[in-house]
Design a binder for this molecule. Structure first.
Ligand code: DC
Length: 223
């Protein structure tokens, strides 16, 4: 059984998906990590992530894979664990660049499908319910207002000791939302049969409970 969770950056998808997967005893699959690994591969080769021709020429030379250790997902680039490097800011920008490239999306498609075929999973991303797993038993589109997402990111960065002005973060979020929802391939949008869940006024616990409930209801309906 597969649960698809899509939505914009900062809506709380990964925290909610990870905790819901744990509660359900499912594998948690963060597909953004795959795009980030391709982005890192481009950066390491000095390739502009937005240069589709150069990125496409690189794809035959790279292998991206996932493994789960103690419930934590690790991502590998040609066998090297790049799980930490993919979280750095340059990797976020590079991931956003390569994710608009149809060849990159095709390159990562089979890997995502194969994981979902072989395990019960909660998979999060942007196009899981619409493209990768259109037959997922349960689809959730998790959103929150841009202001709330900027505020959450502001507090997170402040806690890390690397503060960034709120207004800057809000602008970035709005720009990324626009890019993600206006790209030609697999734009960010809810699947017609997705349940819309707005986390603006909800605690993380409340979001997780709702996801688990929806997953269990979908499981019952399948029987
Ligand atoms: O969720 P994230 O921030 O780790 O995602 C990194 C980038 O990859 C982001 O710009 C959106 C893109 N992405 C995508 O296009 N499709 C997915 N299924 C997951 C992520």
């Amino acid at each position: 059984m597969n649960i698809a969770i899509d939505g914009p950056a900062g809506a709380g998808k990964s925290s909610a998906a990870r905790l819901a997967a744990k509660e359900l005893g499912f594998l948690y699959v963060d597909t953004g990590a795959l795009y980030r690994a391709v982005g890192v591969a481009a950066l390491r080769r000095g390739i502009d992530p937005a240069n589709a021709a150069a990125v496409n020429a690189m794809l035959p030379d790279i292998r991206v894979s996932l493994a789960h250790k103690d419930g934590e997902q690790r991502v590998y680039l040609n066998g090297e664990d790049v799980s930490d490097e993919i979280r750095l800011p340059p990797a976020s920008m590079a991931a956003s660049g390569v994710s608009a490239n149809p060849a990159v999306r095709a390159f990562l498609f089979d890997l995502q499908r194969e994981i979902a075929r072989s395990s019960d999973c909660v998979m999060d991303g942007r196009d899981i319910g619409t493209v990768v797993l259109p037959d997922a038993a349960c689809k959730i589109f998790l959103t929150a207002s841009p202001e709330i997402r900027a505020k959450r990111r502001f507090l997170e960065l402040e806690q890390k000791g690397t503060p960034v002005p709120y207004e800057t973060l809000l602008e970035e979020i709005k720009q990324r939302d626009y890019n993600d929802s206006h790209r030609a391939v697999a734009p960010l949008k809810p699947a017609p049969d997705a349940v819309l869940l707005d986390s603006s006024e909800l605690t993380l616990d409340a979001v997780v409970s709702r996801v688990v409930l929806l997953a269990r209801q979908a499981g019952e309906a399948q029987r």
